[in-house]
Design a protein around this ligand. Sequence first.
Ligand code: ADP
Length: 491
Amino acid sequence: MATVTEPRRQTRKAFQTKLLINGQWRDSVSGKTFATINPATEEPIAEVAEGDATDIDLAVKAARRAFDTGPWRKTDARDRGRMMNRLADLIEQHIDELAELETLDNGKPIQESRNADLPLVIDCFRYYAGWADKIHGQTIPIRGNYFCYTRREPVGVAGQIIPWNFPMLMIAWKWGPALAAGCTVVLKPAEQTPLSALRLGELALEAGYPEGVINIVPGFGETAGAALVAHPGVDKLAFTGEGRTAQIIMRGAADSLKRITFELGGKSPNIVFADADLEAAVNGSLLGLYLNQGQCCCAGSRLFVQDTVHDRFVDQLAAKVKARKLGDPFDASTQQGPQVDQAQFDKIMSYIAKGRDQGAKCVTGGERFGNKGYFISPTIFTDVKDDMAIARDEIFGPVLSVIKFREIEEVIERANTTDYGLAAAVWTRDIGKAHAIASRVRAGTVWVNCYDVFDAAAPFGGFKRSGIGRELGEKALDNYTELKTVTIALD
Ligand code: ADP
């Protein structure tokens, strides 16, 4: 266990840095560790055990045993639900400590960790706890003298690979439906943010999950991640991250024909019509792009504004963006923290340079903030053309591209001119326009007069290259169940 030196953290003095395999905390077989960095200070927080293919093999075998022969198999559905509610209760009891850990490792402002991420995590587990004893089949009137019914059985061992932008929330989205359905899991958290996953592992053991049901192996994508993808003992693989990584994973999962679900990137259009409540649209657009330092797969990074209100809208938005408070993420008034690491910082800065080079106008921001930590001033580009890199590529940072449009048919066509299809939003008081956008923009989620409204009950996922399958809601249970048809001759 590492000792925390961070002066602002008060609720807990030590945290877990080992791998969780078969209910035991252990070092990696190689003995290797890697440093996790505080993005606000660029200093190491702790050395974490670095899992690789050998540790993944042990974890998958533990998950396999727990699924095939362990007590989990015989645990009543209702008790699986109660266990998950216990986990949710424990998270709630430790909410301040967990929020601090997330902020320490990821850099997100404490008021977001505490008031957005953690409540959504708790809510997600409670939602899926309720599903555990409601996953049932049907009786089907087939031709002939037979009794035919379906059963929904857990798919088996689930490999889950998650990113660093919402570390705990991504765990809740993955563990919730998997554990409710009766699967066992091997989780590989992102190398940038392993700490909150390990603490959740401790709480899961306390909640009563039997050994091997939940395994956690921090490590790198090319080693631990790739080993999980290729392991023949894994039945189903769920991944959230970049499209390029998903292509590698799809190839890696092909040999064993794993079931896969992907939640990938986006370049979501956020469309503001002149008839909108402009103040609400300004606030919604601000949230839609700058939440979580712009590190959201559904960020509204292509802001289409109708020409007649464009200049007024940009002025109002720029005033708010300039007033955003950057700095120490542990300060309760901070609205924007650092980007997660040097690589993300460099990538975002290179897009800002491309924006300038290609002729977009930088209205505000566009530079590093301070001289320590990976902070970037919130940035707005106007005069953005559809073919510029900042209008096409996912930047995953606090960089907004404002694009002018004239009328609805044009904006629908331009909104759809992208390989992505994760989310979209429209701001208008005209119900006809709202429905036109909702039905014709090819995206998995459309928000009307709001942005980033998430609920554990509402499915989320992408059209086109933004994903395969859906997470959340009843739909996500399909990802973790196999349907079995049983036919019984009656005479
Ligand atoms: P990002 O660039 O935002 O970190 P990635 O898609 O690279 O997004 O990473 C998301 C998750 O995928 C992380 O947990 C990472 O370790 C993992 N990952 C990266 N490369 C691979 C790979 N080749 N195989 C399996 N997992 C990977």
